[in-house]
Design a binder for this molecule. Structure first.
Ligand code: PEP
Length: 249
């Protein structure tokens, strides 16, 4: 039985005081929560938020990490640095990094392998553009991203990997995939992971849905057999809305 895993992606939002206040609110709101929780915090506020979530049931996540170790890499943040301040998880392959920054699957794969090798958990985001979906290529895009981004990742390491299926056309747009459409792709992704690894790995891997998930639609999405949680953007920026999603089940 897979546990529900609800994660918030704060993206490039909040100032320091607001980040600390939101984290404090979530620690209080979720202290009796039954599921797995994570917040993906901007780099500069990770340390301050780490002090707030320490000892709570909320994992601390970063929104990216360098593919290399400490050294001459101006502007980069390493796995070593993230772990040093108490970060357990990193979100990788988010569509905003793929399509705004131009991250390739090759780079994302390097980051995934580096993070796992250094003991961080990974939330790997995949998902198709609207043009891919309209051309009937959504499954092919997801299969390609899974194969490329997980290349070299072992079956044992998959225990530390969560997949977030996020159709790009649904992120921050208010448009949500229908529960049936989302379920179909989640099932397809799970079957693809079974081909890459084994049925056992596929049965255990958590696959979150992301894309305008909110309290109003969380239940029907989380009711689907292959949707094991959510990666939440906009609705993760307020205690009330994130708490409601976290407590759907
Ligand atoms: C996201 O950023 O991963 C996301 C799903 O955003 P939103 O919930 O705002 O669509």
């Amino acid at each position: 039985m897979r546990q529900y895993y609800i994660a918030g992606n704060w993206k490039m939002n909040k100032n320091k005081a607001e980040a600390v206040e939101l984290a404090k609110g979530l620690v209080a709101a979720l202290k009796d929560g039954k599921n797995k929780y994570m917040i993906g915090v901007p780099y500069v506020y990770l340390d301050a938020v780490a002090q707030v979530v320490k000892g709570s049931n909320i994992q601390l996540g970063a929104q990216d990490v360098a593919a290399t170790s400490n050294g001459a890499h101006t502007g980069e943040i390493s796995t070593e640095m993230l772990k040093d301040i108490g970060c357990q998880t990193v979100i990788l392959g988010h569509s905003e990094r793929r399509h705004e920054i131009g991250e390739s699957d090759e780079l994302i794969n390097k980051k995934v392998r580096k993070a796992l090798a250094d003991g961080l958990d990974v939330v790997l985001c995949i998902g198709e553009l609207l043009s891919d979906r309209e051309a009937g290529n959504a499954e092919d895009v997801c299969a390609f991203q899974l194969s490329a981004d997980l290349s070299g990742v072992t079956a044992e390491q998959m225990a530390k990997v969560t997949i977030a299926y996020e159709p790009v056309w649904a992120i921050g747009t208010g448009k949500t995939a229908t529960p049936a459409d989302a379920q179909a792709i989640h099932k397809f992704c799970r079957d693809h992971i079974a081909k890459l690894y084994s049925k056992d790995v596929a049965d255990k891997v958590i696959i979150q849905y992301g894309g305008s998930m909110k309290p109003e639609n969380a239940q029907e999405l989380l009711n689907q057999p292959d949707i094991d949680g959510g990666l939440i953007g906009g609705a993760a920026l307020k205690v009330e809305s994130f708490e409601k999603i976290c407590k759907t089940y």
